[in-house]
Design a protein around this ligand. Structure first.
Ligand code: NAI
Ligand code: MG
Length: 352
């Protein structure tokens, strides 16, 4: 029996509803594969912010530094500005633990129609690799002239050779393992300093992966192509902002944002990686018990894979695909009337 210590941060809104679903699945699959997960739960959230003035304690990062992974639901709640919740919890974790890869797989499952009528399980199976610690989401800049008519804001993008090289390497390696191609998202026609720099380094790194066919696409055209012919894509590597937008678009192609998983990964395993579904806290459906748990459950499978349990991860994916293909059970975001609990129970049954 292998034991892993997991820091569990349900966070806000439906994060509180989908993480229990995912841990229920982890418990079953763990028993089957001899993997024991020990959870330490943290109440870091907007609720804590409103109560104590901070999303997490001063020494929060140290409290989770030695865990094998962090599993997070969602953060954000009405009444707390989104930049406060994001920069008070998620971004410090991503940066301090050098989770410089944000990996977001997207698949069309049998039984879940894509809004694109032509998209099938055979052709939509791709991964967005988002640079996760620099780029457009930088702290460099400031406000000037507050309270005057010339009030202004400046925010500088930061692209480093080390940062672009390592994200490109991760994406090329993933594309090579999947036996597919790589597309690099750029905008070097409009953004004349950072994006040509990105392009240059991606081209340099490509030389080390002669087996991977790759190309560059401008982000605007790439968005259009992703909708028009998603089957053309396998791995897409993108800067922080481009990758954020692309992965929500790609998640929607798969039928619902509630299905999309994500990992914030420190590939060297020097620090714990953090796994969280792509969706947010969904205040509009919080408390109704109808959140789609697939995003969180698939995220749990990514965590298992990261911890070295490929077969267990595979079983979870099979269970998701199996329940979707063989039953009509769907949460309301997919047009059904199943509750989070009912859908989760079906997955657990399928595994057991
Ligand atoms: P959202 O992802 O929470 O919701 C967008 C829409 O998708 C809503 O209509 C929601 O009901 C639906 N939805 C999302 N997940 C679902 C699920 N599992 N099952 C069924 N339907 C689902 O994004 P929104 O509304 O932009 O943000 C709400 C809050 O979440 C904000 O405070 C935002 O800052 C935060 N947020 C947090 C993220 C995170 O923790 N990583 C990511 C995105 C947003
Ligand atoms: Mg997110």
């Amino acid at each position: 029996m292998v034991t892993h210590r997991i820091a569990l941060i349900p966070g806000d809104g439906i994060g509180q509803e989908v993480l229990p679903a995912a841990t229920a699945v982890l418990d079953v699959v763990g028993r089957r594969h001899g993997v024991a997960l020990r959870y330490d739960e943290f109440d870091w959230s907007c609720e804590r912010y409103l109560r104590e003035g901070a999303m997490m304690p001063e020494d929060g990062l140290d409290q989770v530094r030695d865990h094998d992974a962090i599993f997070l639901g969602a953060v954000g709640a009405p009444g707390v500005p989104d930049h406060v919740s994001l920069w008070g919890l998620l971004i410090p974790i991503r940066r301090e633990f050098r989770q410089y890869v944000n990996l977001r797989p997207i698949r069309v499952f049998e039984g879940v129609p894509s809004p694109l009528r032509e998209a099938t399980p055979d052709d939509v199976d791709l991964g967005v690799v988002r640079e996760n610690v620099e780029g457009e989401y930088s702290e460099v800049g400031g406000r000037f002239g507050r309270g005057f008519p010339e009030d202004m804001a400046v925010q500088e993008s930061v692209f480093t050779r080390a940062g672009v090289s390592r994200i490109a390497d991760y994406a090329f390696e993933l594309a090579s393992r999947r036996g597919g191609g790589l597309t690099s998202a750029t905008k070097s026609n409009g953004i004349v300093h950072t994006m040509p720099f990105w392009d240059e380094i991606v081209a340099e790194r490509a030389a080390g992966y002669p087996d991977v066919r790759w190309n560059s696409e401008h982000i605007d055209a790439l968005c259009a192509k992703l909708v028009l012919s998603p089957a053309r894509f396998d791995v897409i590597v993108a800067s922080n902002l481009f990758g954020d937008i692309l992965s929500d678009l790609a998640a929607a192609l798969a039928g619902s944002i509630g299905m999309a998983p994500a990992g914030n990964i420190n590939p060297e395993h020097h620090f714990p990686s953090m796994f969280e579904p792509v969706h947010g806290s969904a205040p509009d459906i919080t408390g109704n018990g109808v959140a789609n748990p697939i995003g969180a459950i698939w995220t749990a499978a990514m965590m298992l894979e990261h911890l070295g349990h490929d077969a267990a991860a595979h079983d979870v994916l099979d269970a998701i695909a199996g329940v979707l293909a063989k039953s009509d059970l769907r949460t309301p975001d997919l047009g059904g009337s199943a509750s989070t609990e009912e859908f989760t129970a079906a997955i657990v049954d399928h595994l057991g």
